[in-house]
Design a protein around this ligand. Sequence first.
Ligand code: 5GP
Length: 311
Amino acid sequence: MSPKRPLPEVDRVAASRAAVAARRARAAVKADIAAGKRRPLEVLAAATAEPEGIEGRLRITDFLLSIPAIGRTKLGRILEELQISPAKRLGGLGRHQRVRLEEFLHNREAATRPGGSRLIVVAGPTAVGKGTVVSYIQEHYPQIQLSVSATTREPRPGETHGVDYYFVDDAEFDSLIENRQLLEYATVHKVHRYGTPRGPIDEALARGTSVILEIDIQGARQVKEIMPEATLVFLLPPSWDELVRRLVGRGTESPEEQQRRLDTAQTEMAAQDEFDFRIINADVAEAAAEVVDLIQVRGSGSRSVAPAESN
Ligand code: 5GP
């Protein structure tokens, strides 16, 4: 065996020139993504087509950080969510990782398209009337799609499977989680699990239809992490006394359940500053119109409702 010969000087110079050129080309790709000149999805497609090309050699961390509004904190959470190691390069992603990344980019793109579809999350304390406001929107603004959640709780009288909720058992809920079919999920009021099916939302946003989610605060936080462009609306009661009156008045819960929900409501009220907008639900039609306004007005860049002060 002959000993490995050192690279001749000319080759070393050529190799380091090539490395510098490749680094520059990768930096140009990142700059283009940051400036909105290239779509992240298109860059990913190029990386997939040519894993050893410029795009393929781009680190997943550099790629994501070049996307506007993704910083280091979000980066960690996104990689965790997508189950991708920070050491990976775009061309070296596994098939499932690539599919998850595509889905993530797709959601972002749909949510950021100017004048395009929006994802609005309506949350707020229990009994504030989220359900009523959202039903009103569904009836009067049919162009907006309402997300139907999955839950492990029993149907109440008058509730229909597939309309009010997808009523599933624990095993089915577990399988929705395992198959990554939920955008977010949480245990609400410490008892039942609720989750937002991902598929219908992706489809609606891709078609240009805006979607409203009526979910709890834990779920709203998760959505904001996954899709930072989602608009978070916090629905407020006119007063705490009014909230208690509404909860007790609807008479659908036992006294123990009412107490548990009031305890949750107190914690929930404290989360209002995390939301983009706060709307007081004194009149259902007015509150609904304000929510719809956010969807329509945000497309043109202005805001009709006072944004929450601290965010
Ligand atoms: P209810 O049992 O009264 O229909 O709903 C209880 C709570 O679960 C409400 O606060 C509602 O917003 C919340 N919820 C309904 N669907 C979902 C969901 O898909 N995800 C989360 N995180 N919360 C939900």
